[in-house]
Write a protein that binds this ligand. Structure first.
Ligand SMILES: NC(=O)c1ccc[n+]([C@@H]2O[C@H](COP(=O)([O-])OP(=O)(O)OC[C@H]3O[C@@H](n4cnc5c(N)ncnc54)[C@H](OP(=O)(O)O)[C@@H]3O)[C@@H](O)[C@H]2O)c1
Length: 336
C-alpha cells in the first residue's frame, strides 16, 4: 500500500513509499482507508524537529478521516463502510490523562494518517456525521476537541462571554461551538478580512491586534469592565498577561498554545486576586472527541476548511500553515 514518510525534520523530507498491506485485523482492531487528513500546529513542530520525542522516519499528520474497510473479532463500535475520524492519542480513551495516556501522539511519536490503510484500535475511531465531507471531518480531531474541551471545562453556556485569540483552527472551532452553546464571542485577528469572515460566523465583537496590541482593554470595555468568563489562549508569551487581565474574577484562561513562546513568566497577582483558573490542555480523550462531534452533529456545524491540498502539495500546505495565512483549517486529500 501507498504511504508518505517524513524521513527527517525537514520540509524537503516527504517521501512516497510502498509499505506491506496490513493483515486482516485482529480482535478489537479495524482497518480504515484514509480519505483525508488535516494539519495542526503540532505537525509544524514535527516537521521542524521541535516536537518532543518525535521519531523519523514516520508517517506524518495526526488528524485523519476515512472509511472502515475491515473489522476484527469482537469489534462492536463500527462496521465496514462506516465513516470515521481517528483519535490522535491511541491510548487515551476516557477520563483524566496520565503521562502514559497523553504521551503517544499520531504523526509524531507513532504512525500518523498519510497511509493508504491504517490498522487501529476500534476504540480510537469515532463515527462522523453525514453532513461532513472527508476534508471537513479530517479537520475535527485535534482542533474541535481542544476547543470543545476548553468550553466545556469552563461551563460556557448562554450568558457566558468568551475571548478567542487569532483565527486558526482551534479558535474558529471555538467560535462555532461557543455560539452553539449560546455564548457571546469576542475574537481577535491580525487581519480585517479574517475578522469579517469571523463576523459571518456570528462573532459578536472583533478586534485587530495588529492595529493595536491592547485587545485586553477592548475586552474589558465590551464587558463593562468585568472581563470574560473564558479566554482560550493559543499564543502564550508576553501576551499571556493580557489573557489574565481580560478574564473576569473566577474565570478561566485555557492555556493551549505558545505561538509567541512558552517560557515567559506570568504575574501571579491577577491569578490570586481574581481567583483565575489557568487550565492547561494536552489534547483530550476519545470521549472528549466524541462529545465534540456530538455537538457538531446536533448543530450541523460545518468546519471551516481554508484550503485543500493534494498529496504532492504537502510542502505548500505546511508552508501556508506555518505562515498563519489560513483561516480555520488546512486539509489534505489523499485520493486513496
Ligand atoms: N494544548 C492543546 O491541547 C492544543 C491543541 C491544539 C492546538 N494547540 C496549540 O494552539 C495553538 C494554535 O493552534 P491552531 O491549530 O489553532 O493553530 P493555527 O491554525 O496555526 O493558528 C494560527 C493563528 O493564530 C493566530 N496567531 C498567531 N500568532 C498570534 C499572536 N501573537 N497573537 C494573536 N494571534 C496569533 C493567527 O491568527 P490571525 O491570522 O487571525 O491573526 C494565526 O493565523 C498552537 O500553538 C498549537 O500547538 C494546543
Amino acid at each position: 500500500m501507498k504511504a508518505i514518510q517524513l524521513t527527517a525534520p525537514s520540509l524537503d523530507a516527504f517521501l512516497p513509499v510502498e509499505l506491506a498491506d496490513p493483515a486482516q485485523p485482529g480482535r478489537g482492531r479495524v482497518l480504515v482507508r484514509i480519505k483525508a487528513a488535516s494539519l495542526n500546529f503540532a505537525d509544524i513542530a514535527v516537521v521542524h524537529g521541535q516536537y518532543p520525542g518525535a521519531v523519523y522516519p514516520n508517517i506524518p499528520l495526526a488528524d485523519g478521516a476515512g472509511e472502515v474497510v475491515a473489522v476484527g473479532e469482537d469489534v462492536w463500535q463500527v462496521k465496514a463502510g462506516d465513516r470515521v475520524v481517528i483519535h490522535i492519542k491511541p491510548h487515551w480513551i476516557a477520563g483524566r490523562a496520565t503521562a502514559e495516556l497523553a504521551g503517544p501522539m499520531r504523526g509524531a511519536t507513532v504512525r500518523g494518517s498519510l497511509v493508504e490503510v491504517a490498522e487501529l484500535d476500534a476504540a480510537t475511531v469515532v463515527k462522523i456525521p453525514d453532513h461532513l465531507s472527508w476534508e471537513e471531518a479530517a479537520s475535527l480531531p485535534i482542533a474541535a476537541m481542544t476547543a470543545w474541551r476548553a468550553l466545556d471545562t469552563a461551563h460556557i453556556g448562554p450568558g457566558s462571554t468568551v475571548a478567542l485569540l487569532g483565527t486558526g483552527g482551534v479558535s474558529i472551532f471555538a467560535l462555532q461551538l461557543a455560539k452553539a452553546r449560546g455564548a457571546r464571542v469576542i475574537i481577535t485577528s491580525s487581519s480585517n478580512e479574517k475578522l469579517e469572515r469571523a463576523r459571518m460566523l456570528k462573532a459578536d465583537e472583533t478586534f485587530n491586534y495588529r492595529d493595536s496590541p491592547d485587545w485586553d482593554r477592548f475586552v474589558l470595555d465590551r464587558t463593562g469592565g468585568q472581563g470574560v468568563d473564558l479566554v482560550i489562549d493559543p499564543v502564550g508569551g508576553q501576551g499571556f498577561e493580557r489573557s489574565l487581565a481580560a478574564v473576569r474574577h473566577g474565570g478561566t484562561v485555557a492555556a493551549i498554545g505558545f505561538l509567541d513562546g512558552a517560557a515567559q513568566p506570568a504575574n501571579l497577582m491577577p491569578v490570586i486576586f481574581k481567583e483565575i483558573r489557568v487550565q492547561g490542555s494536552n489534547g483530550g480523550s476519545v470521549a472528549d472527541l466524541a462529545s465534540a462531534i456530538g455537538a457538531i452533529s446536533v448543530h450541523r456545524i460545518r468546519p471551516v476548511v481554508d484550503q485543500i491540498f493534494e498529496l504532492d502539495q504537502l510542502k505548500a500546505a505546511y508552508e501556508r500553515m506555518g505562515a498563519g495565512a489560513h483561516f480555520g483549517k488546512i486539509a489534505v486529500r489523499t485520493g486513496w
